[in-house]
Design a protein around this ligand. Structure first.
Ligand code: DOR
Length: 413
């Protein structure tokens, strides 16, 4: 019997808050209460810490296969664990792209062998992400949880219609990077959101809109959801927290919003337009970045940034943040995660809310240090990350890198 006990901790999830002990047995939350003593259990002291369900990322780039100088499945998994994430959906813009069962299988098997976090590949919509010919969605379906050409929008309506019909028949979600080339960025986003909401209504396909940044597309989603269109949407931590007026035009796609648009995104979050906050973790080398490659290495800073800027400032509550970082994305992916409830996967993070640190490059386990946040003071340090009852990250130490078995770093109760 394998039991991990977190003792005397403040517990917060999307449904509420309480204080007590949390026991994880054989990978699932087994008992929640007070004053437990469990012979043989490993014990983590919760006093002064907050336990949240671990985070689930709908949108990350782990660059494997193809770009090991930017990231690979090992360093991406380290970064996820350090950031408090135990399940990550990784995009198809690798080399080769994830447009074949071979690549999807490689990603799944390599991540599984690492045994740190759960990595769920997304299959490409079009062959080679070319936007010209559909990938073999039927062959990919058993290996991926959704389809997306993220990094590019699928501009051809005939292909998107066919992809949505097929995805509906296969029971898979289509994730949309809403961007039409050749028109102003915000207009391109809105046009694709409008088109794909229309196609979702027509086909019944479950649609998920990625990294929305324009208040216009937010209103389209709000209206479509009210009409019952099967659509969900995400927003990134950087679009919620960083305005162009302060952070300039740090290259990221879509670009950082201006302050009024940023406020509109926060308002949309609070009023139910967004189902999840997703990191769009996009690591690049300094050389790529110097050449203008868009993206922010964000999976490790997501929680501290959102906590510092939105929770500590009183804009949202920690329970709300938990909904958008855990329950919302877990529900979209169909995972039994995202709540601290008996029977759910024993995935959680222990956070030190008042611990603050100055962000510098040494903070990152990701190969990508590309972020406009360097030099910022952040609160809400992740102290430990637990995946199915195993401590995979503890105070700067990572399982597989610094220790093999969590019993080496956690004391017996
Ligand atoms: O900034 C971005 N970087 N946005 C995307 O959609 C793609 C990503 C990347 O792959 O670097």
């Amino acid at each position: 019997m394998n039991v991990l006990l977190v003792r005397d901790v403040r517990v917060v999830d999307a449904l509420g808050e309480w204080r007590g002990d949390v026991a994880i047995q054989d990978g699932v939350f087994a008992a929640l209460g007070r004053g437990f003593s469990w012979p043989g259990a490993l014990v983590l002291e919760g006093e002064g810490r907050t336990l949240l369900p671990a985070f689930v990322d709908l949108h990350a780039h782990f660059r494997d296969p193809g770009f090991p100088e930017k990231e690979d499945l090992l360093t991406g998994s380290w970064a996820a664990a350090h950031g408090g994430f135990t399940a990550v959906s990784v995009m198809a813009n690798t080399l080769p792209p994830c447009d074949s069962p071979e690549v999807a299988r490689y990603v799944r098997e390599k991540a599984q062998a690492l045994g740190l976090v759960e990595v769920y590949p997304v299959g490409a919509v079009t062959q080679g992400l070319s936007g010209q010919k559909l990938a073999d969605l039927r062959a990919l379906a058993p290996l991926v949880w959704a389809f997306s050409d993220d990094g590019k929008g699928v501009e051809r309506t005939d292909l998107m219609l066919e992809a949505m019909r097929l995805a509906a028949a296969l029971g898979k979600r289509v994730l949309v990077h809403p961007e039409f080339s050749g028109v102003e960025r915000a207009l391109g986003e809105e046009l694709m959101v409008a088109r794909d909401l229309y196609l979702a209504r027509l086909t019944g396909a479950r649609l998920h809109l990625q990294h929305l940044s324009s208040p216009g597309s937010v209103e389209l989603v709000r209206k479509a959801k009210a009409e019952g269109v099967p659509a969900t949407a995400e927003v990134t931590p950087h679009h919620l927290c960083l305005a162009q007026e302060v952070y300039g035009d740090y290259p990221v796609n879509p670009p950082l919003p201006r302050e009024p648009a940023r406020r509109a995104l926060v308002e949309a979050l609070k009023t139910g337009v967004f189902d999840a906050v997703a990191t769009d973790h996009a690591p690049h080398t300094p050389e790529n970045k110097a050449q203008g490659a868009p993206g922010i290495s964000g999976i490790e800073t997501a929680f501290p940034l959102l906590y510092t800027r939105l929770v500590r400032e009183g804009v949202i509550t920690l329970a709300e943040l938990s909904r958008w970082l855990s329950l919302g994305p877990a529900t979209i992916m169909g995972l039994r995660k995202g709540l601290v409830r008996v029977g759910y996967d024993g995935d959680c993070v222990l956070v030190e809310e008042d611990e603050n640190f100055l962000l510098d490059e040494t903070f990152f386990f990701s190969k990508g240090k590309n972020t406009p946040l360097l030099g910022m003071r952040l609160f809400g340090r992740i102290w430990a990350t637990i995946h199915r009852g195993e401590v995979i990250y503890l105070e700067g130490l990572l399982r597989g890198r610094d220790y093999d078995d969590h019993r080496q770093v956690v004391r017996k109760g």
